[in-house]
Design a protein around this ligand. Structure first.
Ligand SMILES: C[S@@+](CC[C@H](N)C(=O)[O-])C[C@H]1O[C@@H](n2cnc3c(N)ncnc32)[C@H](O)[C@@H]1O
Length: 385
């Protein structure tokens, strides 16, 4: 089968873990870029990337790339492209564009030019045109223009891959599934020791950890991918990939998740059942202030509540987290994501800091290693910033 070039998009800070995932699933020519990773592979690998990757948002398939000097250049070349070989008049399509170019005042105008070209091509060739459906299209086309370089890709995923399909309900500040999976990989959790999320909200970190440790790929739950609507879709090849991607003989790992809110625990446990990992996670209602570690060498990964500005309440709350960790979690490895300001109030010295964006908010993902005895210094009030 012929190799083709692809682009997997992700969030800022997750490029390297996505590249690792791509290498693990057998991608070739893996190359880091800004909020994305380029790679190559055959058609089966394209299906596999959509099905297996936990830290990718979309998998794009570039179909044409060229230099333009005007909006009309975009139209003319796109009108000569054989769109009718990719999809039919009875299917709907939509265009998503990202434009960094003086040739266009706004991305809407560029999208319109491309839409006109596609519609005119269909009319000219088949006497009829496909309709646009911006909410739920069969075919999603990605237009990227950087200065004078225009790249048109097919979006093989459609809806962003963070939408796994298990989130039936959510708390007020749910974490993006791709971010949760990325943090778990960045933390280098060994996938064997007990993982605890003591402020689990709707359960995203616990669910992603349980799926990872037990070899359950996100594609097992999600049913829709845009590539299934392409003329080139090969259902036998997809089925073959799906059979090969089933978990084999992995150890069952126990994950603990708690939250102060009963409602959130109910939501999280319903989501976990939907993801097929409900029996692998121990859920309970608990205030972190009173929570005791559930194992000898606990591994905690969590995101406490935070807002854009630090309030006196935040300072006290983060102070409480630091105190609790210091006195009750000796021998623990703890990773916390929050704002730089909030994390300062924890009063523990991190052994690692990773900058990461959560939505549009600049955050830090920090590792705290808690020891008793000789290495006690690590837990002393020592945030030297
Ligand atoms: C930012 S949310 C976590 C979101 C979660 N990662 C998700 O994906 O839905 C913070 C959570 O901390 C919980 N929380 C606040 N104070 C707490 C406390 N003292 N003990 C335990 N949980 C607490 C809140 O109920 C909320 O669900």
């Amino acid at each position: 089968m012929k190799n083709q070039e692809y682009t997997a998009t992700t969030m800022a800070g997750l490029e390297e873990v996505l590249a690792q995932e791509l290498i693990e699933i057998g991608a070739d020519e893996v190359q880091l870029a800004r909020r994305s990773v380029y790679f190559s592979g055959d058609l089966k690998l394209l299906y596999k990337a959509n099905y297996c990757l936990r830290t990718a948002l979309r998998i794009l398939v570039p179909i044409d790339s060229y230099k333009i000097h005007s909006a009309d250049d975009l139209y003319q070349r796109a009108k000569n492209f054989k769109w009718e070989e990719l999809f039919g008049v009875d299917q709907t399509f939509a265009i998503q564009s990202t434009i960094f170019s003086d040739l266009f005042n706004n991305s809407m105008f560029a999208s319109l030019k491309l839409k006109d070209a596609i519609v005119d091509r269909f009319r000219y060739k088949l006497g009829d045109r496909p309709s646009v459906n911006s909410k739920n299209p069969d075919i999603l086309i990605n237009l990227h223009i950087a200065n004078e370089v225009c790249t048109i890709s097919l979006d093989s995923s459609g809806e962003s891959l963070h939408k796994r399909g298990y989130r039936l309900d959510q708390n007020e500040a749910p974490m993006n599934e791709v971010l949760a999976a990325g943090l778990i990989r960045l933390s280098e959790w060994d996938r064997q020791s007990d993982l605890i999320d003591p402020m689990c909200g709707s359960g995203t970190i616990a669910i992603e950890a349980a799926m990872l440790a037990n070899g359950i790929y996100p594609g097992k739950i999600r049913k829709n991918f845009c590539f299934k609507n392409w003329r080139s879709f090969n259902p036998e090849l997809f089925q073959q990939m799906e059979q090969e991607a089933q978990p084999v003989g992995l150890p069952l790992v126990k994950i603990s998740a708690s939250d102060i809110s009963r409602r959130n625990i109910d939501i999280a446990s319903k989501n976990a059942d939907e993801a097929g990992v409900g029996s692998l996670i121990d859920f309970k209602v608990s205030d972190f202030k009173l929570l005791e570690p559930s194992s000898e060498k606990p591994f905690l990964l969590f995101n406490p509540p935070y807002g854009e500005r630090l309030t006196p309440d935040d300072t006290n709350f983060y102070g409480m987290i630091g105190e609790r960790l210091k006195h009750h979690y000796t021998n623990a490895t703890v990773w916390i994501i929050s704002t730089h300001q909030c994390l300062k109030s924890i009063g523990l010295r991190p052994s690692r800091k990773i900058s990461i964006l959560n939505g549009s908010l600049e955050c830090s993902f920090r590792k705290y290693e808690l020891y008793s005895g000789s290495k006690k210094a690590v837990v002393d009030k020592a945030e030297a910033e």
